[in-house]
Design a protein. Sequence first.
Length: 216
Amino acid sequence: MSMTDPKTLIETLAWRYATKKFDSSKHIPSDVWKALEASLVQSPSSYGLQPYKFIVLTDPKIREKIRPASWNQAQVTDCSHYVVLTIHKDMGEEWVDKFLARTAEVRGTTLESLAGYKGYIMGDLVNGARSAVVNDWAARQAYIAFGTLMLAAAALGVDACPIEGMVPAQVDEILGLGAKGLTSIAACALGYRSADDKYATLPKVRFPVETLVEYR
C-alpha cells in the first residue's frame, strides 16, 4: 500500500476549506462516494462501539424540508451528498450486545469470551458515572468520524462543509429519528465547489504552530 508523503498531505489540508457555495450540477461519482462511505465505517470510536448512524440525504425533496431547519444554508440543497450525523440516544445494553455479537462474528470467537469486556463497558457507560453523559460521549465519537470524513474527502478532491447551524429537534422530526432512538448532532455537505465561491481563495486564518502546539 502506498502512503501519502508529508508535502502532499500538507497541501491537501491547505486546499480544504469549509465550502460555502457548491456547484449543484456536479455530483460525486459512485466509486468516490463508496470510499467516503467507507471512511465513516472505518473511523475509530471508543471501545469500538460506533454509537452512531449516518443519514445520507440524496433526495432533493427531503433536503428542501431540511434546509429551513438548517438556518436556510444553501449547502444543504446545492451539494451532491448531505450527511446528517446522528447518535443512538441514551445508548444502553441492547447496543452493547449488538456490538459484541458483531465482534464475535467478525473475529470468530464466542460471546462468553467477551463477557469480561461487556462488564467493563457496562460498568463505564451504561451503569457507571458516565451513563449520565453518555449522549455527550456518543457525540464525541461521531465527531471523530466527522473529521475522518472531511479528511478523506480532501484526499479525494471532494469539497466539504461541516454544519452545526441547524435545529436538531426539527431535523429529528423531519427525518423521523425519534422513533428510531436517534438524534441529530451535526451534518456535512459534500460535493464540488462553485467556481465563484470567493471563500475558496481566501487565506486560512490559523494561529501559528507555536501558539497551538506545545512540546514538553
